[in-house]
Design a protein around this ligand. Structure first.
Ligand code: HDD
Length: 718
């Protein structure tokens, strides 16, 4: 083990900081060995048999080898995170593309092209460690920057706002949304009475609820979701001048969602869907990338914004304060050990560096206490910063000593300051200009336990979000509310939610109420309840296009396309389209009734990647069914193949059907002969002159991701 005194010294400035960080971790890394020892290094004679009194006799207490092995095993688990328990993480770097010298003195934001090693953990919030990835939930997006002036953690979410305004309510929120305490159900779901009971009485959550019921809560991939610092922070420059700042991560692959039915099915078919997706992408060299952008707000502008920057239930639309891109985040290395890295990493919004400071957001202020505190019980004591994944790359020394699992061997008799016995002369740390300086702020206020009236506007941004959604996105939000509230057993809770929603949008509230067996929404009843504040007359903007996920096209890189075939398949068009897809960065997999090979109409053998049983349509982004009468007929007779195509249709995925395979869709009554063909459905023949165009059409359809307004989706069984 390397001594902490020599690790990561500032000399790393001369070398590659990302490589140096990896070297630092390697000092703690062990490869597989072909010899076993005890923890004391004593070679094992045998790893199959315990020590006994005779081969059929009782075990002996003396067996230190068995006892050590069982004892370690018995203690292998640590408490899971109280929230954000399930996650996946990766190493990478942050590269600065736009120095921010005039705004902040943060060392890692000064030099164009400088690279800072990072470790990033994505997560779901509600579920236990063993729950499914694709549940409806907020996603955590936590980034640890190992800077030369200490670790900086940006501990954000994939949604830019939060449920509550004050940390005082966090334990209530979490108790309400987690499984109900009497029977510990449901797992990883907000669709139950206690959550909606609490939320119905907390109108400040209206905006976040809209995000949670939207497609943002169903990301297609961790690689395809945005991240937000949520709170307003401060940048402080070398002259001590400050700007407010909000952080945004924008994925290079675009932001995309799953369909709700699909997300539920994936939760059963592959509960590790998002974790696997991240791991496999990095493993094959498709390194996920995000752009870091900042919204910079001058102190003088704050009062004119129309949004209280200290209120975490509000965002500042980028249509009002544009986002300046400043760098890129690249994840290029999977962890070596899930436990040692992803599980033991300890994030904390209180880990900041000179040049960055907190705002007075009361939610953030509470977080500054909670994270250090939780790590102490989760990681077993106050020395978790010494774990390899949590160590900084710059020197760390202070006078803290002892505590469980202390690793650093601090020399000498002196663990106090001021002193003269340490290095032989007087040592004293005086206040001064060096080190982290909190931004000086004049505060003269009464001590008070109350909310600021500027936090009162609970609905206008919920309305702005609603108005900014496309027609299909609005339908998804309505359906999500209906689903969740249909699971709520207490009618009065359902009623309170729709009454509240009437203050977001009358049509939304009416539509949500329709299947719930309750009365029509009553806005006045909501207005009469404690905690309710009259909405502002008008949202800041009519609509903010940046809040919608609808897209006209992005890259199709790393999207997965299934090709369905059976014996007799015609390969002509398939080969041209396959090449076009691969050239555009997509992955193409052949799926069939069995593994092995398929013999094409021209006698060629096509290797099969997956069978229908193990790789259903929900594992893919698009489906291609080549022509060939024999192949199409065999697929038509195979319930799993038909289901594959219909399910992909229902989930609004791009479909390319060639020749006779068109019959699969026609068989359930989807109108294909009269124009227009349903969105994202491409129909073609094996005709050589049209093959290139078919490929281009399919690529354009995949780039749009899902064709949410596709016709007849409800009628198609799947
Ligand atoms: Fe938190 C974990 C993000 C409010 C208390 N939080 C945690 C993680 C993320 C966030 C991403 C997981 C980090 C990891 O991967 O290890 N939390 C947020 C955001 C919030 C927020 C974006 C609002 C803007 N959190 C919040 C409040 C409190 C906490 C108000 C308490 C006052 N959060 C915790 C925690 C956790 C945590 C209990 C659980 C595990 C951990 O810290 O390490 O302390």
């Amino acid at each position: 083990m390397a001594s902490s005194r020599t690790e990561g010294s500032r000399k790393s400035k001369a070398g590659d900081p990302v490589a140096n960080r990896q070297k630092q971790l390697e000092a703690f890394t062990q490869g597989p060995e072909n010899q076993l020892t005890t923890n004391q290094g004593v070679p094992l004679p045998d790893n199959h048999n315990s020590l006994k009194a005779g081969v059929r006799g009782p075990g002996l207490l003396e067996d230190f080898i068995l006892r050590e092995k069982l004892t370690h095993f018995d203690h292998e688990r640590i408490p899971e995170r109280v929230v954000y328990a399930r996650g996946a993480a990766a190493h990478g770097y942050f590269e600065l593309t736009r120095p921010l010298v005039e705004y902040t003195k943060a060392d890692f934001l000064q030099e164009h092209g400088s690279r800072t090693p990072v470790f990033v953990r994505f997560s779901t919030v509600i579920g236990a460690r063993g729950s499914a990835d694709t549940v409806r939930d907020v996603r955590g997006f936590a980034v640890k920057f190992y800077t030369r002036e200490g670790n900086y953690d940006l501990v954000g979410n994939n949604m830019p706002v939060f449920f509550i305004q004050d940390a005082m309510k966090f334990p209530d929120l979490v108790h309400a949304i987690k499984p109900e305490p009497h029977h510990d159900m449901p797992q990883a779901s907000s669709a139950h009475d206690t959550f909606w009971d609490f939320i119905s009485l907390m109108p400040e959550s209206a905006h976040m609820l809209m995000w949670l019921m939207s497609d943002r809560a169903l990301p297609r991939s961790y690689r395809m979701m945005e991240g937000f610092g949520v709170h307003t922070f401060r940048f402080v420059n070398a002259r001590g001048a400050s700007h407010f700042v909000k952080f945004h991560w924008r994925p290079k692959l675009g932001k995309h969602a799953l369909a709700w039915d699909e997300a539920q099915k994936i939760a059963g078919k592959d509960p590790d869907f998002h974790r696997r997706d991240l791991w496999e992408a990095i493993d094959r060299g498709d390194f996920p990338e995000w752009e870091l952008g900042v919204q910079l707000i001058e102190e003088e502008r704050v009062d004119k914004l129309g949004v209280d920057l200290l209120d975490a239930t509000k965002l500042v639309p980028e249509e009002i304060v544009p986002i300046t891109p400043v760098g890129r985040l690249v994840l290029n290395r999977n962890p070596d050990s899930y436990f040692a890295e992803a599980e033991q990493v300890a994030f904390n919004p209180g880990h900041i560096v000179p040049g960055i400071d907190f705002s007075n957001d009361p939610l953030l202020q509470g977080r500054l206490f909670s994270y250090l505190d939780t790590q102490i019980s989760r990681l077993g004591g106050p020395n978790f910063h010494e774990l390899p994944i949590n160590r900084g790359v710059c020197p760390m020394h202070n006078l803290q000593r002892g505590g469980m699992h202390r690793m650093t061997i601090a020399r000498g008799r002196v663990a106090y300051e001021p002193n003269t016995l340490g290095n032989g002369s007087e040592f004293r740390v005086d206040g001064g200009e060096q080190g982290f300086q909190s931004l000086e702020e004049a505060i003269e206020s009464p001590k008070i336990r109350r909310r600021s009236p500027s936090f009162d506007d609970h609905f206008s941004q919920a309305t702005l979000f609603w108005n900014s959604q496309s027609a299909a996105e609005k339908e998804h939000i309505i359906a999500a509310f209906q689903f969740e509230l249909s699971r709520v057993e207490t009618p009065a809770i359902r009623q309170r939610i729709v009454d509240n929603l009437a203050h977001v949008d009358a049509r939304l509230a009416r539509k949500v109420a329709e299947p719930l067996g309750i009365g029509p929404p009553d806005a006045r009843s909501a207005a009469g309840r404690a905690g309710f504040r009259e909405p502002r007359a008008k949202p800041l903007l009519e609509a903010a296009p940046s809040l919608s996920m609808e897209t006209n096209g992005t890259t199709i890189a790393t999207r997965k396309v299934a090709v369905l075939m059976a014996a007799g398949v015609e390969l002509g068009a398939f080969k041209v389209i396959q090449q076009a897809l691969v050239d555009a960065g997509a992955t193409v997999k052949v799926v069939a009734a069995h593994l092995g090979f398929i013999v094409s109409s021209s006698g060629q053998q096509v290797p099969i990647d997956h069978s229908f049983q193990t790789m259903p349509s929900v594992m893919f982004d698009a489906v291609l069914v080549p022509g060939g009468a024999a192949s199409a007929q065999a697929l038509m007779k195979d319930g799993e193949a038909v289901h594959f195509v219909l399910e992909a249709y229902k989930h609004c995925k791009p479909l390319c059907l060639i020749g006779e395979s068109v019959e699969i869709l026609r068989s359930v009554g989807v109108a294909l002969d009269d124009a227009p063909v349903p969105g994202g459905v491409i129909i073609g023949t094996n005709e050589p002159t049209t093959r290139v165009q078919l490929g281009q059409d399919l690529i354009a359809a995949i780039a749009r991701h899902r064709h949410w307004s596709r016709a007849m989706v409800e009628q198609v069984p799947a």
